[in-house]
Design a protein. Structure first.
Length: 73
């Protein structure tokens, strides 16, 4: 879920009854974070805050086929 930044495997192994029944997972990552970008100043690369909020994205991952759940095609 976190793209490898955190270790979800430990809690999933500890709570298989939740993992096995789960239909979805919602993760708030970087929620409210300040955006940082590469730029060039005085001919040198600089990694700095833009002063803006980091763009928010929504992702849905469905690891099973539509034959297992109602899906529209």
């Amino acid at each position: 879920m976190s793209g490898g930044h955190l270790n979800e495997k430990q809690w999933m192994d500890q709570r298989p009854e939740i993992r096995d029944r789960a239909k979805a997972a919602i993760v708030c990552e970087h929620f409210g974070a300040i955006e940082w970008k590469d730029s060039v100043k005085d001919g040198k690369p600089v990694y700095e805050a833009t002063g803006l909020m980091e763009p928010m994205w929504t992702m849905v991952y469905v690891p099973f086929s539509c034959s297992q759940i109602p899906c529209s095609t």
